[in-house]
Design a protein around this ligand. Structure first.
Ligand code: 5RP
Length: 220
């Protein structure tokens, strides 16, 4: 199976977690795009969707799916999104697409986070994928120096501005043995908007696309 077929398979499986007549939170990226395409097939059975990025909102609307502002939503039973890396404990690195802040906000509201990923995303230790950190532009150099003190090598994502008008520093060279602690430490740096570690609010379910089918891993 190709990587795209694996993404397609997990996107289809994720539809089973969508609650009829309710809102669904939708992530960003190529796997989330496959999910949006599947969601379009059942769009008359949901109340609408909350998007984690402008790109996702545009794709949802193009499919005729109602997009609702998160502030107008009381309850969000499920959020479906991809990941750049995920462990068996369901901690993740996200933000390869630069949508980490809105993804984290929608995930915080959702009762259940369903992560959809192909098997290349499952890792023993997080950090090989450079960790995205969203930064207020005037704090870029300060945050960069603080990231070096924490053992990382930050690189400015060139030519990229987030949906919130900020910058992304991609941090290379980290071996993240304590994701919860690092997530908190990064959030403590003045000028950091958020970071791509999803440990405090990890996934509740991982649907992992493998050559032998979709494997389901639940939070213990
Ligand atoms: C975007 C993300 C994505 O979920 C992550 O980058 C995975 O993307 P893809 O499904 O294209 O591999 O966090 O900010």
């Amino acid at each position: 199976m190709t990587q795209d077929e694996l993404k397609q398979a997990v996107a289809k499986e994720a539809i089973k977690y969508v609650v009829e007549g309710a809102m669904v939170g939708v992530g960003t990226g190529s796997t989330a795009d496959r999910f949006i395409d599947e969601l379009a097939k059942i769009k008359n059975r949901i109340d609408g969707a909350v998007a984690s990025s402008q790109k996702t909102a545009d794709r949802l609307k193009a499919h005729g799916i109602r997009v609702v502002d998160l502030n107008s939503v009381g309850e969000l039973p499920v959020y479906v999104d991809g990941a750049d890396e995920i462990t068996e404990h369901l901690a993740m690195i996200k933000g390869g697409g630069g949508a980490l802040t809105r993804e984290k906000i929608v995930a915080a509201v959702a009762e259940k986070f369903v992560c959809i990923a192909d098997e290349s995303k499952l890792v023993g230790v997080l950090g090989k994928f450079p960790l995205p950190v969203e930064v207020i532009p005037m704090a870029r150099s300060h945050v960069g120096r603080e990231l070096v003190k924490l053992g990382g090598q930050p690189a400015l994502r060139q030519g990229f501005t987030t949906d919130n008008g900020n910058l992304i520093l991609d941090v290379y060279g980290l071996t993240i043995l304590k994701p919860l602690e690092l997530e908190a430490a990064l959030n403590n740096i003045t000028g950091v908007v958020t970071n791509g570690l999803f440990a405090q609010r990890g996934a509740d379910v991982l649907l992992l696309g493998t050559a032998t089918g979709v494997r389901t891993i639940r939070r213990k």
